[in-house]
Design a protein around this ligand. Structure first.
Ligand code: EPZ
Length: 417
């Protein structure tokens, strides 16, 4: 059990680097098995989920090691195409190994993935696309057995731009006969990052960042080195923490375009946002203003992953904000915990109405999920007095040395592991 001890009230001030992206690292680690090429990844965050992905690689027979921000993978000796339940349940993106194993081995056997409990998280779109490409898939008792020796390229129409389905199709298509085109693809920066890696290992792939991604033939390279993009959700969290505490923080090594919708709402809340070359400064007033209505949408819309942390920043904002969560059905799990701090939030279905209060007071909280836990940290930093967050390892799945980073900005926070 991780226990986060915080004393709120300090303005966050100063400058910090933002870690590499978890959600870009995980599919790229899975993709590293598509060909026997050696992969070196730079700027990889040291996180439980990354560790779990590397353990899956080792189980499959690969060499996979992390030294600081560098990950070295050699998948030449890969000798298995099945992943046991104990490894699958550690995180959601283990499901991306399905596409990668299909490309490398012509089949995969795995169980349904784990990850944050944000409501139903089916993988029907992944499976329908793979079946359309010729895979034979049996599902029984939470297990998936997929045989896909003769996969062929297809034109696939996704009814919803699922990030994971887009990634799985891109990976499986790498070794399919003929071209694959994904219409209605997810447009997230992590998809562009995956495309950049796949191009580096020798795959013809184009269109990531738009809603049409095409995958052509594969001429494997021997070795690649690839730098992971900065984490836009960690950057959004630090920006919200700065805003919540009336702070003045510069985030370095970020791509402001990746979280421009979050910066847009912080600006409407009264913050000055100063962008320069790969850095963003958020300078907040003593009290924020409410931002009216905001809705989560697939990229380039407002990200669902930043919804809990922006909600936390707005708890003391003057006026009323209404949030509509359109991506996950259960992404307000942080709300009852934020209410313990004195927040005035009413949830009805997908809508959450927040009335800014004058003051939040420290309390004992329990982290419910990764971003919900981060939201509790943001809110506790803005609350008077002491808070304790009991966390079953959710926050450290996505935030690298978050206590240290926040301390360097003046926060009074200490993580007891
Ligand atoms: C990715 O999850 C991220 N995870 C999530 O980040 C993020 O919240 C999400 O994309 C949306 O941006 C990783 O990249 C590892 P989806 P993913 O498939 O791929 C429904 C975090 O906090 N859906 O785009 O699972 C699904 O139920 C995490 O870092 C289907 O119905 O997201 C959900 O409502 C949490 N059928 C919506 O689509 C499918 O086959 C979005 O899911 C697939 C998805």
């Amino acid at each position: 059990m991780d226990i986060w001890h915080l004393r709120g009230g300090n303005r966050l001030e100063g400058s910090c680097f933002v870690q590499g992206s978890k959600n870009a690292s995980l599919p790229i680690i899975a993709a590293s098995i598509i060909s026997p090429a050696a992969t070196e990844l730079l700027n990889v965050p040291q996180l439980r989920d990354v560790d779990a992905a590397l353990r899956i690689l080792r189980h499959l027979g690969c060499t996979a090691e992390q030294w600081g921000g560098e990950v070295y993978i050699d998948s030449q000796a890969l000798c298995r195409s099945e992943i046991p339940h104990s490894l699958m349940v550690e995180m959601r993106s283990s499901v991306i190994f399905m596409g990668a194993l299909i490309a490398r081995c012509g089949g995969a056997r795995l169980s349904l993935p784990g990850g944050c409990q944000l409501g139903k998280r089916p993988i029907d779109l992944h499976l329908a696309a793979l079946r359309q490409m010729g895979a034979e898939i049996e599902e029984a008792g939470g297990e998936i057995n997929c045989r896909a020796e003769g996969l062929h390229g297809e034109e696939i129409f996704l009814p919803f731009p699922s990030v994971g389905a887009t990634e799985n199709i891109m990976l499986a298509a790498a070794r399919a006969r003929g071209d694959t085109v994904i219409h209605g693809a997810a447009r997230e920066p992590e998809i562009v990052a995956l495309q950049d890696y796949l191009k580096a290992i020798g795959l013809e792939v184009a269109g990531a960042g738009t809603d049409t991604v095409s995958i052509g033939c594969f001429r494997p390279e021997k070795a690649v080195s690839h730098r992971i993009i900065p984490d836009r959700i960690v950057a959004s969290t630090i920006a919200c923490a700065a805003a919540a505490t009336g702070g003045n923080v510069e985030m370095r090594g970020v791509d402001p375009a990746h979280f421009s919708t979050v910066l847009h709402f912080l600006k409407s809340a009264g913050c000055d946002i100063i962008n320069s070359n790969r850095s963003v400064r958020v300078k907040a007033p003593a009290r924020l203003k409410a931002v009216g209505e905001l809705e989560t949408r697939p990229y380039p819309g407002f990200p669902t992953d930043a919804q809990p942390v922006l909600m936390a920043a707005l708890l003391r904002a003057e006026g009323r904000t209404v949030i509509t969560e359109n991506i996950f059905e259960n992404r307000y799990r942080q709300v009852p915990e934020l209410q313990r701090l004195g927040a005035d939030i009413a949830v009805s279905g997908r809508r959450a109405e927040i009335w800014g209060v004058d003051c939040l007071r420290g309390a004992a909280l329990t982290a419910t999920d990764l971003r919900g836990g981060a939201a509790m940290i943001v809110a506790a930093l803005a609350a008077r007095g002491e808070s304790t967050i009991f966390d079953d390892g959710h926050i450290t799945r996505g935030y690298e040395r978050f206590d240290m980073r926040l301390r360097s900005l003046g926060a009074d926070i200490y993580l007891e592991c």
